[in-house]
Write a protein that binds this ligand. Sequence first.
Ligand SMILES: NC(=O)c1ccc[n+]([C@@H]2O[C@H](COP(=O)([O-])OP(=O)(O)OC[C@H]3O[C@@H](n4cnc5c(N)ncnc54)[C@H](OP(=O)(O)O)[C@@H]3O)[C@@H](O)[C@H]2O)c1
Ligand SMILES: *[C@@H]1O[C@H](CO)[C@@H](O)[C@H](O)[C@H]1NC(C)=O
Length: 330
Amino acid sequence: MVHNSMIVVISTFLGLFLLRKYREFKWGYFKNMNSLKGKTYIVTGANSGIGKETARELVKRGACVIMACRNMSLAQIAIDDIRKTVLTGELIAKRLDLASLDSIRTFSSSVIRDFPQINVLINNAGVYVNSKDAVTTRDGFELHFGVNHLGHFLLTNLLLGKLSESQPSRVVTVSSLLMQSGQIDFENLNCEKETVNSLSNMRSNQKYCNSKLANFLFTRELSRRTAESDITALAVCPGFAYTNLFRDSSRKWYQYILFSPIIYFYMRSANQGAQTVVMCAVSDEVGKEHSGQIYRDCKQFHPKLKFTTNPAIEAKLWDVSAEMVGLLLK
Ligand SMILES: NC(=O)c1ccc[n+]([C@@H]2O[C@H](COP(=O)([O-])OP(=O)(O)OC[C@H]3O[C@@H](n4cnc5c(N)ncnc54)[C@H](OP(=O)(O)O)[C@@H]3O)[C@@H](O)[C@H]2O)c1
Ligand SMILES: *[C@@H]1O[C@H](CO)[C@@H](O)[C@H](O)[C@H]1NC(C)=O
């Protein structure tokens, strides 16, 4: 009897373990270790989670990585941690607060001045705030739209000249599967029209979803605008990964137990989450002909959108964003 139940327990655990390994296999792993020596990458939000693991994977291959972070002491802690195991390449921390248009402009000018070329810009940083209260950037934009979309929109535009001088170059923007629940309402892009009432009706993460959809539409329009040059624009769904992103969402202990099967089968490590980002940034198998596409699990992904994407909407989002960040006004 005891013997039989031992076998059941052991085979259950073995089965679960193999299932997890199978899931990990399906997520994909970017194995190519070709040298990236002499190439310069910018990773926004590189002090934590997927951005930090992306930086780690790039320096492992000998790259020079500019870690664009809002907090220099957190950036240094991340550098020290990566340097415990990886000694190749170069890690350079530079201050960038995507919630401030001034900071984005200062960062861009210093990068343009100090670096002869920028081969890949990785728009990774992101915020996810659960609060139903309106939270805004320094310039008064709704926080998710402002940081996740508008901040990266301005950054990319300011660096486009440099990326163009560094051809072939790439812009990789980290979106999310949650973009599939996103909406683009031109009457209310910045969520200004919200009254207390409409706010409480809104799913707490609707604004996050909207900003992640904007990331994808931005990538598609960028691919159109760079069609004549050797700049490739790609978007990525990294997958549900264990990072600091949900630090704002406090959960009860029993929720952790309820969610544990989901976590076990769906949650990647931050490094597993970074694999598709790294692939899009460096792989020779992804090229100009893939510009405007989105990747997940180290392969092309076809999102199911509630929203019908069309070039006119993508172009309009671009123009409206340019006006919001003062790109046309100067
Ligand atoms: N984790 C997931 O399951 C998941 C799933 C789908 C998509 N994503 C996307 O993956 C990307 C990376 O997120 P993560 O999961 O790695 O989360 P994370 O660990 O919280 O990292 C986010 C990074 O963004 C930075 N950041 C936030 N606001 C910023 C600002 N105003 N200026 C500059 N940097 C700022 C953070 O800096 P601080 O450390 O200073 O806060 C941090 O370095 C995000 O775009 C997210 O939307 C994540
Ligand atoms: C940077 O992060 C550290 C550690 O979390 C914190 O103590 C410090 O106040 C932060 N600095 C800024 C400028 O936000």
